[in-house]
Write a protein that binds this ligand. Structure first.
Ligand SMILES: Cc1cc2nc3c(=O)[nH]c(=O)nc-3n(C[C@H](O)[C@H](O)[C@H](O)COP(=O)(O)O)c2cc1C
Length: 157
């Protein structure tokens, strides 16, 4: 039984991060990475998506708070990338991506949802002192909502 159903209320914690790949893109098995992540996340009841573009990863994770934070610690130690910035997005009443244990979104997926020009990694170079942490969180939430609104267009792999 999940923390959500046990309590009868939904309490989903979300975070996002950006990282630089340390491996040449030709050697990165992104689909394999996402498949392995998805099967592990299913057991942890974690959902979200993973993007990769020009050496930069962007991942959105949601689930029970401590489980997400513990997983993030594991992910952070992965030598295939260097995490640049992690942003906690707080709690939601329900999951935004209930059907995606870890959906890999490639360039053409992003093009289909018209996000090709959204440079997610640029968000992570924004200095909270200059832009305000709240504005950065709001931007990431808008981005996640944009992907979420188009989930149906992305279902077929
Ligand atoms: C960009 C990136 C994203 C990842 N996302 C996840 C994830 O969502 N879930 C997960 O279990 N592992 C994820 N991993 C892999 C973990 O860092 C770690 O290698 C894996 O959990 C270890 O699995 P194992 O214990 O089966 O060897 C990710 C790795 C990278 C480089």
């Amino acid at each position: 039984m999940t923390a959500e159903t046990k309590k009868g209320i939904l309490h989903v914690f979300a975070l996002a991060y950006a990282s630089y790949s340390t491996i040449d893109s030709a050697e990165l098995d992104l689909e394999g990475l996402a498949r392995h992540a998805a099967s592990k996340n299913a057991a942890l009841e974690i959902t979200g998506y993973l993007c990769y573009d020009h050496g930069v990863f962007f991942q959105y994770l949601e689930g029970e708070r401590q489980i997400v934070l513990d997983l993030m610690e594991v992910i952070e130690k992965d030598s295939r990338h260097d995490v640049v910035n992690t942003v906690e997005l707080g709690e939601y009443d329900e999951r935004i991506f209930p059907d995606w244990n870890m959906r890999y979104l490639n360039r053409s997926d992003l093009r289909r949802v018209d996000l090709e020009n959204v440079l997610e990694h640029s968000l992570f170079h924004m200095d909270p002192k200059l832009y305000g942490q709240e504005n950065i969180v709001a931007l990431i939430k808008a981005l996640v909502a944009n992907i979420s609104a188009r989930q149906n267009h992305l279902k077929a792999v």
